[in-house]
Design a protein around this ligand. Structure first.
Ligand SMILES: Nc1ncnc2c1ncn2[C@@H]1O[C@H](COP(=O)(O)OP(=O)(O)OP(=O)(O)O)[C@@H](O)[C@H]1O
Ligand SMILES: [Mg+2]
Length: 343
């Protein structure tokens, strides 16, 4: 399917989308939902294609998050990333997981005068995203809480990976946190179903959380998400990004300066960029870049940040690492009642 759809191809695509969404009232088999069933309360966030709002259902009085995606129905066609997000969420909605944001319904509105199609996704509403949370908590995160948040991120990811889905855009803004400290992965806009034998070459992960194999335009697999997890867990402790490059070359330089320039086979063989383009930096202990982590956390993050994809921790193996050992997480950390900040 092409990125932009015109004429007959566009019409067929619209019918396909319509059919898909008419069938998409997750959980409830009753009368399909429309915008009349919701009152918009407050803006929660702005995405690449639309907006996210807190809405109240007039049917059950509960609050939900509404993600509205606007698309021109004649000029631009339907962006592939939007179709992908709906398909993935629809697939996952049937197999709810506590650490993946739930989807209640998807429906659309067509404005034939403005030639606009609006896709409405009704999701469970969370209190904050991890980016907002980390920048608003008054001091560093306690060890128990850091582990509790981290284990949920990895559990959500392991669920996605076990369903052959790579998230590919894991970052604090796409991880949602609730007052009771439950954590949910959101925004599958760039995720894609994959098979274990397939490798992709499209560059999609947000820069700071992007692994070297993607920046070097080499093959990658689900371990792309575990690199992002390593960066995010470091940020949970320090409340600042571990590698914050302004562009791709600078992002690679930031990684190599801290983790050492890849040696030998660590440099991806398919990479179009030569190793000689970068100085040879020695690897330094993570502690020098982030002094706030526990010993277990250092070891865990170090294993997420391996250049060799085969040696990088998988989501399944990560759950067995002492950092995420369930025995240390039996007591649920205190509920964040006192925190009161908006986005
Ligand atoms: N279910 C939700 N509950 C609370 N807030 C949410 C929810 N979903 C999204 N948000 C907020 O809205 C923001 C944007 O949502 P989302 O990431 O889904 O949009 P997006 O178009 O994919 O953005 P981008 O592509 O730029 O990452 C999130 O970072 C978060 O702050
Ligand atoms: Mg997002």
């Amino acid at each position: 399917m092409s990125e932009n759809l015109y004429g007959e191809e566009h019409r067929v695509e619209m019918l396909r989308l319509q059919k898909m969404m008419n069938n998409m009232n997750c959980g409830s088999r009753a009368v399909p939902l429309t915008m009349k069933d919701f009152q918009i309360q407050q803006a929660l966030g702005k995405g690449s294609y639309g907006h996210v709002y807190r809405v109240r259902s007039v049917r059950d009085g509960k609050d939900y998050a509404l993600k509205q995606i606007y698309m021109s129905s004649d000029k631009e066609g339907i962006p592939q990333s939007v179709l992908r997000e709906i398909t993935v969420m629809k697939h996952l909605a049937r197999k709810a997981h506590p650490n993946v944001v739930g989807l209640k319904s998807v429906f659309h509105q067509v404005d034939n005068i403005k030639n606009v199609i609006k896709i409405n996704m009704i999701m469970e509403k969370c209190d904050w995203d991890l980016f907002t949370f980390l920048r608003n908590i008054p001091r560093g995160i306690p060890e128990k809480q850091a582990r509790y948040v981290s284990v949920q991120i990895v559990k959500g990811l392991d669920f996605l990976h076990s369903h052959n889905i790579i998230h590919r855009d894991l970052k604090p803004q796409n991880i949602l946190v609730n007052r009771d400290q439950t954590v949910k992965l959101a925004d599958f806009g760039l995720s894609k179903e994959y098979s274990n034998t397939t490798a992709f070459t499209t560059t999609v992960v947000t820069l700071w959380y992007r692994p070297p194999e993607v920046l070097l335009q080499s093959y990658y697999n689900s371990s792309v998400d575990m690199w992002s997890v390593g960066c995010i867990i470091s940020e949970i402790y320090s409340r600042e990004p571990l590698f914050a490059g302004r562009d791709e070359a600078q992002q690679l330089a930031e990684i190599f300066k801290k983790m050492g320039t890849p040696v030998g086979k660590e440099w991806p063989s398919e990479s179009v960029i030569s190793k000689d383009s970068f100085p040879t930096y020695p690897s330094k202990p993570l502690k020098q870049h982030n002094p706030y982590m526990s010993l277990d956390a250092y070891d865990f993050v170090q294993q997420c940040l391996r250049y060799d994809l085969g040696k990088r921790l998988s989501s399944r193996a990560a759950l067995k690492h002492p950092f995420l050992n369930v025995k240390t997480l039996i007591t649920k950390p205190r509920v964040l009642r006192t925190l009161n900040f908006n986005k």
